[in-house]
Design a protein around this ligand. Structure first.
Ligand SMILES: NC(=O)c1ccc[n+]([C@@H]2O[C@H](COP(=O)([O-])OP(=O)(O)OC[C@H]3O[C@@H](n4cnc5c(N)ncnc54)[C@H](O)[C@@H]3O)[C@@H](O)[C@H]2O)c1
Length: 365
C-alpha cells in the first residue's frame, strides 16, 4: 500500500464530460480531504481549465507526466473505455491508487490485468459505479437484506435513452472499437452492477442484441434484451435501448419477493436517484385496500439509507469520499475492481450469448 497521507492527492485523467461531475464532487468534499493536484487531457486546454478550476498546480496533455509526480497519490480515470486498462495498469505500476469510471474495461482479460496490477502494486482499485453510492438504492438494498421482502424471486430493469439526440454523431460512445460495444457496456453496466449489489451475482444469461445504423459503428449495439438467472435463484429481465425514438433517459426497475415488492417511481433518470415504493406483507396489510382498486393502494416509500454516504444525494461525492477512505485505510471498496469482475462477466456474457444464441454460464468467462 502506498504511504498513508492525511489527504488523498488526486490527478484527474480525462477532463471531458463526466469529469465535470467529478470536479463538482471534489469541490464539495474540499481540498483537506481530496485535493486535486494534477490534471491530464490530450486536449490541453481542458486539462488547463480543470486544473485552474480546482487549484491544481500541474496539468499536462500526457497522462504519463502525472504518474511521475510525487504529489499524486491516486488517479481518477475519466477516459474513453478503450484507454481504461492501459492507464489503470500504468498508474498501479507507478504506485498510484486507481478510481476508474465504468465500465471497468473492454475485455475480461483487460479487467483481470487491472486487478493483477493493483494487487502487485499494493494499491486500491475501485470502479466508479455511481449507483451504489445513492441513498435511494442503498435503501432498497437494506430492505432486501432485512428479509422483509422474503425470498427475492424476480427483477425487471432497463436502461433507456435516445443517445443520438444527446451526443454529436462523431462521439466515441457510438464507436464499438472505442467503447467496447454499445448500450450494454456503456449503460446497462450500471444496472447489471446495481442488481448484483442488491441481490447478488448473475449465474447465466441469454441475450439478443441489435446493431444500429449511423451514428452506431464498428459493432456498437443500440438495442439489447437479456434474460438472467441469479445465483440466489431469482430470474431477471433486462431491456436496453440507446436510440428509443424521443425517449427521455429512463431507468425503470421492479423487484419482486415472496413477501414484498419494490417499484421505482417514474421518471427515474433525473437527479440523484429514483424514489422507491414498496409493498410488504408484514408492514402494509392494513394500508392495502380490497379488490381491484385495492391493488393500487398500500405502497409506502422506501426510506433512503445514507449511512456512510457523507454527501447526501451527491452520489459522485459519496463515491469519491469512499475511495479516499479506502486509499487511507486499506479498506476494500464496495465497488472494488475484484468485485466488478462479476459485473463485467454479465456484460460480456450478454455479448457472447448474442453471438452464439445460447445460454452463457458466467463462471466460464
Ligand atoms: N457515472 C456516470 O453516470 C457516467 C456518465 C457519463 C460517462 N461516464 C463514463 O466516464 C468516462 C468518460 O466519459 P465522458 O462522457 O466524460 O467522455 P468525454 O469524451 O466527454 O471525456 C473524455 C476525455 O478524455 C480525453 N482523452 C481522450 N484520450 C485521452 C488520453 N489518451 N489521455 C488523456 N486524455 C484523453 C478527451 O480529450 C476527453 O476530454 C467513460 O468511462 C464513461 O462511460 C460515466
Amino acid at each position: 500500500m502506498a504511504a498513508t497521507p492525511a489527504a488523498v492527492r488526486v490527478a484527474i485523467i480525462g477532463c471531458g464530460g463526466i469529469a465535470s461531475a467529478h470536479a463538482a464532487a471534489y469541490r464539495a468534499l474540499g481540498p483537506d480531504l481530496v485535493p486535486v493536484t494534477a490534471t491530464a487531457d490530450t486536449v490541453r486546454h481542458l486539462a488547463d481549465q480543470r486544473a485552474a478550476e480546482l487549484g491544481a498546480d500541474f496539468s499536462s496533455a500526457d497522462y504519463r507526466a502525472v504518474l511521475e509526480r510525487q504529489d499524486v497519490d491516486a488517479v481518477d480515470i475519466c477516459l474513453p473505455h478503450h484507454l481504461h486498462a492501459e492507464v489503470a495498469i500504468a498508474a498501479a505500476r507507478a504506485g498510484k491508487h486507481v478510481l476508474v469510471e465504468k465500465p471497468m474495461a473492454c475485455t475480461m482479460a483487460e479487467c483481470r490485468a487491472m486487478v493483477g496490477a493493483a494487487d502487485a502494486g499494493g494499491v486500491v482499485l475501485m470502479v466508479a459505479q455511481t449507483q451504489r453510492y445513492m441513498p435511494s438504492y442503498r435503501g432498497v438494498r437494506r430492505l432486501c437484506a432485512s428479509g422483509e421482502l422474503g425470498t427475492i424471486r424476480a427483477v425487471r430493469f432497463d436502461s433507456m435513452q435516445n443517445a443520438p439526440d444527446l451526443l454529436a454523431k462523431e462521439h466515441w460512445l457510438f464507436d464499438g472499437r472505442l467503447a467496447g460495444g454499445g448500450i450494454v457496456i456503456s449503460v446497462s453496466v450500471h444496472r447489471l452492477d446495481l442488481m448484483r449489489f442488491l441481490i447478488g451475482d448473475v449465474r447465466r444469461v441469454l441475450a439478443i442484441t441489435r446493431r444500429g445504423t449511423e451514428p452506431y459503428r464498428n459493432g456498437a449495439e443500440d438495442y439489447a434484451a437479456a434474460i438472467l438467472e441469479f445465483a440466489n435463484g431469482a430470474i431477471g429481465e433486462h431491456f436496453a435501448t440507446y436510440s428509443g425514438f424521443r425517449l427521455p433517459y429512463s431507468e425503470m426497475f421492479m423487484l419482486l419477493g415472496s413477501d414484498g415488492a419494490v417499484h421505482a417511481l417514474p421518471p427515474t433518470g433525473k437527479g440523484s436517484g429514483p424514489a422507491f415504493f414498496a409493498s410488504r406483507a408484514r408492514q402494509d396489510a392494513a394500508a392495502r385496500g380490497k379488490g381491484w382498486d385495492g391493488q393500487f393502494t398500500g405502497f409506502l416509500p422506501v426510506p433512503p439509507d445514507a449511512a456512510g454516504l457523507p454527501a447526501g444525494d451527491n452520489a459522485f461525492a459519496n463515491e469519491i469520499a469512499h475511495f479516499a477512505t479506502c486509499c487511507r485505510t486499506g479498506q476494500t471498496p464496495d465497488s472494488s475492481g475484484e468485485d466488478n469482475l462479476g459485473t463485467m462477466k454479465a456484460v460480456f456474457g450478454i455479448y457472447r450469448s448474442a453471438e452464439t444464441g445460447s445460454w452463457v454460464e458466467l463462471a466460464d468467462l
